[in-house]
Ligand binder design. Structure first.
Ligand SMILES: C[S@@+](CC[C@H](N)C(=O)[O-])C[C@H]1O[C@@H](n2cnc3c(N)ncnc32)[C@H](O)[C@@H]1O
Length: 206
């Protein structure tokens, strides 16, 4: 089911490092939270956080009152650590251990959120697969938020090559199924005191 190397790589990262020892850590994922709030979704909206890792976005979504949250990551350790952090509240979340390229959704989503997972897809095949998955499994009127390294961002994330996106490139990448609603640049301060420029883009289904 998994691409073994990729799975092993991420398993190693998440099992060896604590949440604040990775560059992408955010105590409060404020950009995602504010964007999601601005979408005025119903509290029973079907939401998925793709490549969520140990992100605290899920904690905040629960706090906001959302009741249908899926959290997906390729790493079992990441999912286990997020579950442990949430304690009993973890029972309110549907946890999925899967490579996004192998994921077969059981439902359609009203919100698909991805911060710093899509940009690891560097082959045309995997990018096309992701686009088709998002297109097929985001509801009509559904929303799609994707955050990647911007054109000014680093070339690598967690030691792996990434594709950096400008507003034009991300818009073109998803243009067949999605219209861009808004976008902004966010300068993320890593736990090591360095900065990484992200591009956040919010789309709606065509
Ligand atoms: C840079 S981290 C970002 C984590 C989280 N979204 C955040 O903003 O804190 C990338 C995450 O994507 C996961 N990941 C990488 N490739 C993946 C894939 N093909 N399918 C699912 N998850 C993947 C990794 O395990 C990791 O947790």
């Amino acid at each position: 089911m998994f691409n073994n190397n990729k799975e092993e790589y991420w398993e190693n990262v998440h099992s060896k490092k604590s949440e604040n020892e990775v560059s992408w850590f955010q105590k409060l994922p404020i950009d995602s939270i504010e964007l999601i709030k601005s979408l005025n979704l119903n509290l029973d909206a079907n939401i998925i956080d793709v490549g969520a890792g140990e992100s605290r976005l899920v904690d905040n979504l629960i706090e906001l009152g959302f009741s249908n949250i899926d959290v997906l990551d390729i790493s079992k350790s990441a999912i286990e650590k997020a579950k442990q952090r949430l304690g009993k509240k973890s029972l309110w979340v549907n946890w999925i251990v899967s490579d996004i390229n192998e994921f077969v959704p059981m439902k359609k989503y009203d919100l698909w959120h991805d911060r710093a997972a899509f940009h690891f897809l560097t082959s045309e095949k995997h990018i096309k697969n992701y686009i088709s998955l998002a297109s097929n499994y985001i509801n009509d009127n559904g929303k799609f938020i994707v955050a990647t390294f911007s054109s000014n961002g680093p070339n690598k994330c967690s030691g792996l090559d990434v594709i950096k996106y400008s507003k034009e490139l991300i818009e073109k990448t998803f243009e067949d199924s999605f219209d861009i609603n808004s976008h902004f640049i966010s300068n993320h301060k890593t736990p090591f005191g360095t900065f990484q420029e992200f591009l956040f883009a919010s789309f709606k289904k065509k």
